[in-house]
Design a protein around this ligand. Structure first.
Ligand code: NAD
Length: 285
């Protein structure tokens, strides 16, 4: 029998978890969102309120009525056993291997056998976690991009142990909540998107840090010559400079030099990207 999901739980209600829960509920699924304590649940309520307004402005068909119904329809809980009663559980807790492994160990004993687990991890491979789930055949990665309602890719990546029927059901689910599912045939750190994006952004930084061309000239070249709407520095301003800086700092000598350049010229001057009003460009709103 084909696997179908109706009840969906999201673990972790931070930046991505709140968006995944909201998007899933907005598309009519029965959603429970779990976080560790009352303070995190209060923060989740605020995030859902902000998302309701954002959807009204940015999502076709969203209005005050259906976004309010979406918020009301999400059950918030600090009880993992409550969240475990689901057909599909999407995990979006901090990117710390020990936190994820501990959570899956507990979850594996609480959730019904049928329940499928999906991790939204950006940098870990599902095989780093699979054995802790107690159900490697019903576990895979389902990776969303920040601002899920707009940048709506959902990369689906299993391990060698993932049941193909589970993979297919998660692909269908992604499509049912308005995502464009991107299927990976085997595990790859960075999935498709970051395998392309990280080297691209680093090449842009290397051109500017090496004194070859200024950021606006690099961006202009890319835009005009390829028709793309944004060059690497415009993208970096949207992402924020801190995460790319941390990724570079963990690399070899060449990457370290690029990290130092970012730090001296931008991060130390408070130019962290569009969210702070200035990065490579200045933003007035
Ligand atoms: P975040 O720090 O904003 O949120 C994490 C949430 O998890 C918090 O609400 C925290 O209270 C909660 N949490 C902490 N420990 C927990 C536990 N044991 N059980 C349940 N909840 C717990 O993090 P985020 O940016 O939303 O990232 C979450 C996951 O999503 C990470 O794996 C990250 O790699 C991935 N991701 C993030 C982005 C992004 O742009 N932020 C994009 C794609 C994927």
């Amino acid at each position: 029998m084909a696997i179908a999901f109706r009840k969906v739980s999201v673990l972790g209600t931070g930046v991505l978890g709140s968006q995944i829960a909201f998007q899933t509920a907005f598309h009519g699924f029965d959603v429970t969102a779990y976080d560790i304590d009352d303070a995190a649940i209060d923060a989740a309520r605020k995030r859902f309120g902000v998302l309701a307004e954002t959807y009204q402005q940015e999502v076709d068909g969203a209005d005050a009525g259906n976004t309010a119904a979406t918020v009301d329809g999400i059950t918030l809980t600090t009880e993992l056993a409550t969240a475990a009663e689901a057909d599909l559980i999407i995990e979006a807790v901090p990117e710390v291997l020990s936190i994820k492994r501990d959570l899956y160990t507990e979850l594996g004993s609480l959730a019904p056998e049928r329940t499928v687990f999906a991790t939204n991890s950006s940098t870990l491979l599902p095989s780093d976690i699979a054995e802790y789930t107690g159900r490697a055949d019903r576990f895979l990665a389902l990776h969303f991009a920040n601002r899920v309602w707009k940048y709506n890719t959902a990369e689906v990546m299993g391990t060698q142990e993932t049941d193909p029927a589970v993979f297919a059901a998660v692909v269908e689910f992604a499509s049912n909540i308005g995502m464009v599912p991107i299927e990976l045939h085997k595990e790859k750190a960075g999935y498709v998107l970051n395998s392309l994006l990280v080297p691209f952004l680093n090449s842009g930084i290397a051109l500017a840090a090496g004194g070859y061309a200024d950021p606006p000239a690099v961006d202009e070249t890319w835009r005009i010559a390829t028709g793309a709407p944004m060059g690497p520095f415009q993208i970096l301003d949207v992402v924020g400079l801190t995460t790319p800086y941390n990724i570079l700092r963990n690399g070899g000598d060449n990457e370290q030099q690029l990290a130092d350049w970012l730090k001296t010229n931008y991060i130390d001057k408070g130019k962290l990207g569009a969210a702070t009003g200035e990065g490579f460009y200045r933003y007035t709103d």
